[in-house]
Design a protein around this ligand. Sequence first.
Ligand code: S3P
Length: 183
Amino acid sequence: MSNIILIGFMGSGKTTFGKWLAGSWNMGFCDTDELIEAKEDRTINDIFSKKGEEYFRDLETEMIKALIDERVDRVPQNMGLTESAVISVGGGLPVRPVNRELMHRLGICVYLRTSKEELVRRLQSDTTRPLLAGGRLEEKISSLMAARRDIYESVADLILDTDNMSFEAMADTVKRTLAQRKL
Ligand code: S3P
């Protein structure tokens, strides 16, 4: 089976759903943010504040290449990607065109689309995302969303509107799509 790559805005549930899906389908799971934090041995907040966003974006590109190459020496936890896996990628990773091309080589891209209202609700007390720190959360989400919506939609092989969808229903839709496309 193809790898399943979960994309979407911060707070769209990529990691939570990804872990659940991998568990119920008995697949491997990895999350580029977690892999980067483990490799760098520091938090994303720390990477952004000490090294800046561009440095983090370079790490994301390097990580997605490492996953394609199954270069486990460069992937801190040996993910065993010889088996297909569910891979959750950071919300900003699809913004770089090169990453979009790499994601398509890595697997099928599933966009977890979530309404702004739901994102605001989920991210209200979050302190782990540097791009949302300070200022008005709703405005930050709106402007990042406006810049990214078309990118997410264009890269997606499948879009799931997650606001009122159960994990079971989401998984069924993914399964049907994979079967239709013989992936
Ligand atoms: C980011 C999303 C985060 C993380 C970093 C930047 C973004 O990942 O990579 O804070 O630019 O949208 P999640 O989408 O998993 O929160």
